[in-house]
Design a protein around this ligand. Structure first.
Ligand code: ZN
Length: 389
């Protein structure tokens, strides 16, 4: 067993990647201030200190081990100092398990016309009321420390991976390295871990440089940022095949930010990633698309209005235990609030159970077989299982 880190975070790899090179998938245990998380893990996103439409009981029932909250959104509303005065983010949202906060870098840099990046930080306008704000590495750490998440991450400058010029990527990557050192210097909350972020776009040499720069610093974990954007799956895998081998003997957890479809997660686990987050399963659920082993169902399709079957046979979720496709198809058409809850419960359960299956396969040494099985299934059921209504 390889272990790293001291309190507030300890990561141990219980099943390392096999020596035969068939996969870099590995099984691990992340011990945080608010409990233990098995990896590979998917973290649902609670943007505004809530995973949309779910309460903490629902989150426990779907099996969420850890969730993500957005620093940018909570800084603007209701304000990190208010949350701190009210006892911190865990108490505020009544979630007693681990929380990871992002740095706000992705949101403020994505604001486009509303922001200006310089070497010291980012000046941006609130998407809520147009008011002017400034984030620096120190400010991002201060907000995350006030929120009191178990894991904080560095303030970085992500750029769209596919559509950015090399000089833009190079500047953003080196700025991210300078900011990483400032985040480390600013961070002093003893019960909170800090992760560094690798950037570098799709450029092999910049990814190599960034991986070496971030891995050289004493972070508790390593994020791979600037992916899950406008790149193809093959481009993303190529970047992971640069970064992860450089971290092969590094025992810290690896977190790929922003990825959320089952096929993408499977490939990234195979590439050696331990942690994931995405709004995707909840967002598509709210739009009426539910994931099933065969693909996806669009509940807005008229044929479900008379279908008495559950969304997925054998699914343990709240929606599938009690309700039919017909009922859910009715709720989504009537724009009923209950639909958002039931649909989100199903998709998060689907993805969290998929991750549990991945962990079982790694433990049994059958992960490469699971990858082949899923690829064969995708080839057979390629295209929507549910034609557009
Ligand atoms: Zn279900």
């Amino acid at each position: 067993m390889i272990a790293t880190g001291v309190a507030p975070l300890r990561y141990s790899v219980s099943v390392p990647a096999p020596d035969d090179g068939s996969t870099r998938a590995r099984l691990g245990m992340l011990e945080t201030t608010h409990g233990t998380v098995e990896t590979p893990v998917f973290m649902p996103v609670g943007t505004n200190a809530t995973v949309k439409a779910l309460d903490p009981d629902d989150l426990h029932e779907v099996g969420a081990q850890m969730i993500l909250a957005n620093t940018y959104h909570l800084y603007l509303r209701p304000g990190h100092r208010r949350i701190e005065r009210l006892g911190g983010l865990h108490r505020f949202m009544a979630w007693d398990r681990p929380i990871l906060t992002d740095s706000g870098g992705y949101q403020v840099v994505s604001l486009g016309e509303l922001r200006e990046v310089d070497d010291d930080g980012v000046t941006f306008r609130s998407h809520l009321d147009g008011s002017l704000h400034r984030f620096t590495p120190e400010q991002s750490i201060e907000v995350q420390q006030a929120l009191g998440s178990d894991i904080s991450v560095c303030f970085d400058q992500p750029v769209p991976p596919h559509s950015s010029a090399r000089s833009v990527v190079a500047d953003a990557t080196r700025r991210t390295h300078r900011w990483a050192e400032r985040c480390l210097a600013a961070h002093d909350r003893p019960d909170q871990a800090l992760f560094g972020i690798i950037q570098g776009g799709l450029e092999e040499d910049l990814r190599t440089e960034s991986t070496q720069a971030i891995a050289a610093l004493p972070f508790a974990g390593i994020c791979i940022g600037g992916l899950a954007g406008d790149e193809t799956a093959a481009q993303r895998r190529a970047v992971l095949d640069v970064c992860v081998p450089l971290l092969a003997s590094d025992p810290r957890p690896r977190y790929l930010m922003g990825l959320g479809s089952p096929a993408d997660l499977l490939d990234a686990v195979d590439a050696g990633i331990d942690m994931f987050d995405s709004v995707l399963p909840a967002r598509v659920a709210r739009n009426g698309t539910l994931w099933v082993p065969e693909g996806r169902l669009n509940l807005r399709n008229a044929r479900f209005l008379d279908d008495p079957a559950p969304v997925q046979d054998g699914c343990r979720c709240r929606a599938c235990r009690s309700f039919s496709r017909a009922y859910l198809a009715h709720l989504v058409r009537a724009d009923e609030l209950l639909f958002y809850r039931l649909a989100t419960c199903h998709n998060l359960t689907f993805l969290i159970d998929f991750m549990a299956r991945i962990r079982s396969a790694i433990a049994e040494g059958s992960f490469p077989a699971l990858v082949r099985e899923q690829a064969a299934r995708a080839a057979v059921s390629d295209g929507p299982t549910e034609p557009a209504a």
